[in-house]
Each structure stands twice: as structure tokens, then as C-alpha cells.
Design a protein around this ligand. Structure first.
Ligand code: LLP
Length: 421
């Protein structure tokens, strides 16, 4: 048995499930995303253990990584899905997840999306406004189909995370004002074709101070308990995702503290709980391997120019995010401070700034760690760059999980009209 995840062999070279990373780059090229199903399974099972004594269901937040085979893998382990578009819906169906295990989240579901979800008996809609309720009601009554509705609460909580991924404050576009929730929940009861199933909350992503979760969950439970006292049924509470993961160390996500918090709040209650973890299931199971193109010095500043760029991993420039970077084959040498940058023509195109790294040379391979979540899924083709190859390692074998376009394919797709300018 090999250790789960990416580990060093006796020659200090990075391996996964007994395969050398350099063998994989020889075969598939760079930049290359590699995912380890061993670590995915480990994290999924740990999460399951975290939520099982509070009657919790897992709905993998597909947005973290919507690769068909990754969704399929979590689906096979028993996961449902948290989706935010009909695109994600179709991918989950193709990956074998039944619509009756899907939660449809998101602030901007359009009318076509609502209709498709209804016709397919989706488990529930987590709705974010009274206006959205009105749209769903109109469509459901026209189709004579019942919509299961959960109200996403905006508890006006600002967790300890980057402003762009904080979703629990009243200034953000997310959720229904906490003071309006009870009134709206009662209104659900007045509408035909609307079946109230509960309340939900998701205050943001990459959260480490779990007291914010605690406060949000207590707020949610208080409203639900009050509604129940007044004779309304509130069968489920959806607690969202958001558990932070450690980008700069190999420490696991803190499922232990999370378990304690949810057990303290919910163990004695009879709510069916749903969880929507994304990052904590998949981030650590992925790496992005990149090759050094060349070094460059400019007035004493050192740049390492690599073949991965912001189109492969936008997190550093978008959220000032830190990703650990290591040589695939460790070597002894002097550490210098470098900016690790891509070939894209923007100053914002960087993977790491002011990073200590052993001096590298052209063709050395670097591992960008913790690139399983919100990495490839946020890719673009800026600068006419083609997608990186993605492979999954399962049972000691490597599988390419995406067909990537060559630039010739891309050109063909755009030759729809032959203008004779
Ligand atoms: N549920 C809802 C309603 C969400 O909006 C999200 C994430 C999740 C669950 C999953 O949260 P997680 O467990 O992954 O924290 N691109 C950003 C992260 C955006 C998160 C969006 N919503 C990043 O790279 O950090």
C-alpha cells in the first residue's frame, strides 16, 4: 500500500500511488493536473464520519471541481451534489448522480434552469429571494409540479476569509435577510406547488475560525425552532460548505473541531442536516505540475518563468492565494527569493511572489500543491493557451480524464463563417 496523496520516494522524488510524477509528465506533458483518488476517498470518509452522528448528508459542491470522473467518484462513494447551474446538473446526471440527490443553489437560476430542474424532480431549490420564489411558483404551477423549497438565510456574519469569497454579510448578493426569513417561510405554506423543506446557510469559503459557523448555525436553528413551535414543519437544515484547508502546511482540514460544533448544536435535535463541502474534499487531492521555461533576472529581482499561468490557476492573482511550491525532484542548493510567473502578458500573471525556492534551471519540474479545488475549474484560454491535460490516478494507474483541444481544434471551432474581409 502506498501513502495517500503525493509523497517523496527514497530518491526525494514526488510520487503518487507508486508512480513517479516525472514519468507522468514524460507521458502527458506540462502543465499537468494530477488527482489522487486515494486522498479523495480519505477526505470523503473523514467528512462522512464528521457528520454521521448528526444525521448529515453530503452534497459535494460540484463547483470546486466539476470534472465528470471526479463527480462520479464522489457519487459512487454515496455523495449527492450541490449545483449552481444546469450545466452542473447535466454533468452530475452524466456522472450518475440522481436529481433527487441534488440541491440547486445560486442566486441567479433562470427560468429555463428552474423548469428543467422541476421536470427532473430535483431534491430541492435553495432560494435566495422572494423574487426567485415568485418565479419558481409561476413555473411550478404552470407545469403542475411541486418544488421543494429551502430558504437560504443571510445571517449578516462576516467570517475570516477573503472578501471575494465571503457570502454571509448583508452587503453581499447572497441569501434572504435573516429578519425576513420567518415571514417568507410562512408564505411558502400559502402557495400550491410549493413544498417548504427547510432553511440553509452558507457564509463563505476557506473559513478557519469556526465560531462563525457556530453563530450562523445557531441563528439558523433558532429560526427553525421558532417556526416549529408555531406549527410549521422544518425537516431539513442545510449547513453549506466552507471549511478551510491548509495551503501552506500538510495539516488536514479541522474536521474534529467542526464535528464538535455541529454535535453540540444538533445532536439532540431531529433535523435532517445537509452539508455542501467542496474544497475540503478535493483541494489537497490535486496538484498542478509545471515546467521551468527559464530564469530571468531584472535589476537584482529573480523571476522563474514557468509554463503554467493564471489561465490554469487564477487563485494567486484573484484572491492573493498562497499555494505551496516544491521541486518534483528535490535537490540540494541555495535558496533564493523569486517570483514564479507564467508566460501571459500581464503583471498579474503569477503563481507566487517573493517565494523562497532552491535555484532552479530550465526544464526543472515544480509542483504547485493543493490545486484540486477552484483551479482547473476556473481556467480560461487567455492568450490562446490550450487547456492543461488532467489525469486521475486510481488503483496505481493513470487515466486521462479530459480531451484537450489542440490550437488547431480551437481554430476550427471558430471557423464557423468564412468572412472575406
Ligand atoms: N455551497 C455553496 C452555496 C457555495 O457557494 C459554495 C462555494 C460551497 C457550498 C462550497 O464551499 P467550500 O466547501 O468549497 O468552501 N473560487 C474560490 C472559492 C469560491 C467558493 C464558492 N462557493 C476560491 O478559489 O477560493
Amino acid at each position: 500500500m502506498f501513502p495517500s496523496g503525493f509523497y517523496r520516494d527514497e530518491n526525494d522524488e514526488l510520487n503518487v500511488q507508486g508512480i513517479k510524477i516525472s514519468d507522468l509528465t514524460n507521458r502527458f506533458g506540462t502543465p499537468l493536473f494530477i488527482y489522487d483518488t486515494g486522498l479523495m476517498k480519505e477526505r470523503y470518509e473523514e467528512f462522512l464520519d464528521t457528520v454521521k452522528n448528526v444525521n448529515g448528508n453530503i452534497h459535494y459542491a460540484v463547483k470546486a471541481n466539476d470534472s465528470l470522473n471526479i463527480i462520479k467518484f464522489f457519487g459512487k462513494l454515496g455523495s449527492g451534489a450541490d449545483i449552481v447551474s444546469i450545466g452542473e446538473f447535466e454533468k452530475c446526471v452524466a456522472a450518475g448522480i440522481s436529481p433527487n440527490k441534488m440541491i440547486f443553489s445560486g442566486v441567479g437560476k433562470n427560468k429555463d434552469e428552474i423548469e428543467i430542474a422541476l421536470r427532473n424532480n430535483i431534491l430541492q431549490f435553495n432560494i435566495e429571494s422572494e423574487e426567485e420564489l415568485n418565479d419558481i411558483y409561476n413555473i411550478a404551477s404552470k407545469l403542475k409540479l411541486t418544488a421543494n423549497i429551502c430558504l437560504r438565510v443571510n445571517p449578516d456574519i462576516a467570517p475570516d476569509t477573503h472578501k471575494k469569497i465571503s457570502t454571509g454579510e448583508k452587503e453581499t448578493k447572497f441569501g434572504i435577510d435573516i429578519d425576513d426569513v420567518a415571514r417568507l417561510y410562512k408564505r411558502l405554506y400559502e402557495l400550491d406547488y410549493i413544498n417548504p423543506v427547510g432553511l440553509g446557510v452558507h457564509i463563505g469559503s476557506q473559513i478557519f475560525d469556526f465560531s462563525f459557523f457556530e453563530k450562523a448555525y445557531l441563528d439558523l436553528k433558532n429560526i427553525a425552532d421558532d417556526l416549529k413551535k408555531n406549527g410549521y414543519k422544518v425537516p431539513t437544515l442545510d449547513l453549506g460548505g466552507g471549511i478551510g484547508i491548509n495551503y501552506n502546511s500538510n495539516k488536514k482540514p479541522n474536521f474534529i473541531t467542526y464535528k464538535k460544533i455541529i454535535s453540540d448544536i444538533f445532536l439532540k435535535s431531529d433535523y435532517q442536516l445537509s452539508f455542501e463541502p467542496g474544497r475540503s474534499l478535493i483541494a489537497e487531492a490535486g496538484v498542478l505540475i509545471t515546467k521551468v521555461i527559464r530564469n530571468k533576472k531584472n535589476k537584482g529581482k529573480n523571476f522563474v518563468i514557468v509554463d503554467a499561468a493564471m489561465n490554469n490557476l487564477i487563485r494567486p492573482t484573484l484572491y492573493d492565494a498562497y499555494h505551496k511550491i516544491e521541486l518534483v525532484k528535490d535537490k540540494i542548493g541555495e535558496e533564493i527569493v523569486v517570483d514564479i510567473v507564467g508566460p501571459i502578458c500581464e503583471t498579474g500573471d503569477f503563481i507566487a511572489l517573493n517565494r523562497k525556492l532552491i535555484e532552479v534551471k530550465s526544464d526543472d519540474l515544480l509542483t504547485i500543491r493543493t490545486a484540486g479545488a477552484y483551479a482547473s475549474v476556473m481556467k480560461s484560454n487567455y492568450n490562446s493557451r490550450v487547456d492543461a491535460v488532467e489525469i486521475l490516478i486510481h488503483d496505481g494507474k493513470s487515466y486521462k480524464i479530459k480531451q484537450t483541444d489542440t490550437i488547431q481544434n480551437t481554430i476550427l471551432k471558430e471557423k464557423m463563417v468564412d468572412f472575406n474581409f
